[in-house]
Design a protein around this ligand. Sequence first.
Ligand SMILES: Nc1ncnc2c1ncn2[C@@H]1O[C@H](COP(=O)(O)OP(=O)(O)OP(=O)(O)O)[C@@H](O)[C@H]1O
Length: 583
Amino acid sequence: MRTLFTYIMVFPKRSAFVLVALLLAGIAEALSLTALLPLLSIAMGEAVDSKMDKLIVDLLRGAGLDPTLETILLIIVGGMFLKGAILLLTNQQVGHTVAHVATALRLDLINALLASRWQYYLRQPAGALANSIATEAYRASMGFEHSVNVLALAIEALVYSIVALLISWEATLASLVIGAVLLVALHRLVRSTKRAGTKQTHLLRHLLSYLADVLGSVKSLKAMARDNVADAILHEQTQLLEKATRKEVTSRAALLALQEPILAALTASGLYFVLVVWQLPLPEVMVMVFLLTRVLGLLNKTQRRYQQLAAQESAYWSLRNAAEEASKEAEKSTGTLIPTLEQGISLRHIAFSYGRKPIFSDLNLDIPVQSFTALIGSSGAGKSTLLDLLCGLAEPEAGEILIDGVALHHIDLRRWRRMIGYVSQDTALLHDTILNNILVGDTAISTEDAERALKQAGAWDFVHALPEGMQTVVGERGGMLSGGQRQRIAIARALAHQPKLLLLDEPTSALDPESERVICATLKNLAEEFTIIAVSHQPAMINAANRVFIVSNGNAELLGDAATQAIPTESVLSAGDPNKMQF
Ligand SMILES: Nc1ncnc2c1ncn2[C@@H]1O[C@H](COP(=O)(O)OP(=O)(O)OP(=O)(O)O)[C@@H](O)[C@H]1O
């Protein structure tokens, strides 16, 4: 019930429209059926004597119509057409609303996740997210459809009950009491469906998180003939999922199977009472039996829909909880100042740790504009973390990051990030065209910007030589391009929005010496225009840079500045423990 009302609170306008339409549909149908009563009386040549007969005849006369057989037949048919038209509109609205609900839930989660703190985002399994967006959003939107139907059927049942009450309140009340007993008795099956649905939601989330991980490393597992381990675990989870699905199906089938015979028994006993015990006239009994079987039938249908809602509702809550949790972890940007990068960046007494693991204790660093800084250091020293601090993805516990002398926490973070071009350690291109890989949906970037960026990144020659140029599809994760080409497309993507600062996390680590040489030369050229900070273990990159810092023991030490002294490549190469250095 909570889910049903929550849906209505979350989507009030659409729910209200659908409910009003359904109510009209119910009334239209009820009116056309009550017209059966005088119809039968007239058809059997009996006098119009019941209250309902009189009411309908008076209403017709009031509207200037004669209660003839033809008029009544026309009213019945007209009512049915009206109901059909209203139902068409209603179903259309439900269909649109279901699609809207799924989209709204998906967007809520995606937006909340994208706006969350980076450290929180990192903890979210990609498979669970894919599951939420695909499976849970679909199931949750179906839950909305079931909710509206539960309400619609309940309203219809109510309309029929009111009409039946006007004909015989004793028989109607007796039937409603029996109906209520039936609903309560079969509620166990609804509860069991709900449990099975919750289990499915949990298992699907787990299974898809695991599956995404396995698929990500399937090549190495296959190469070592260890994919059967993944197989075994996936097998166990799919078995559990199958069990939960079977339970849900069984409870649904049981509800359907038990409702029908019980309804038949109730109808038979009702008939016996009205015909034999109360001895009501046959035409009234016929209409009443029809109405009461409809009321009980509608109650049964309501319960079946409610059972379907119970099976899906956990998906809605899972999705909503994930979005709410992500919203609570939203990134806080308190700064409002518009950033500039005319002088440089300074880090002062920065302290940072991941939980209890200290990374920086007293980090001090100066980066002038239009310089090419290389950050080196042993694996795990904190080089990538330093880049995260610079773009505000990680927040220092102490100290300050100054951009042209202004503390980063006073600066509008989004505007600052728009000044950054970032190339990550593990560039995965989208399975799309080169152009779309550069634009990535940013409407502020034009095709001309993309072309300029490709030229700046030294990628234009090879892109231009391709038969389809920028419209060439790069394949899954950019697999149809060489490593060096992929990396240059990634650099072009980072340059497309005309940043001032380029942050590169090991951009040449996966490249052959020739591709690396080309990229280093490109970066050296770019450094005349941009400020570049590159994390690298590669000697070629260190040679291309004009300043080199070694990150170790929670600090960064300047090893060489080409502007004032030669960079001692030998000492760079031997700095730190050579076993830990990855040159
Ligand atoms: N999100 C995180 N949560 C907890 N610990 C983390 C997180 N990210 C990194 N670390 C840890 O912080 C340390 C520094 O990581 P970082 O990625 O900055 O190192 P790095 O110098 O770039 O290493 P590499 O050269 O291997 O890429 C590592 O020990 C790493 O395990």
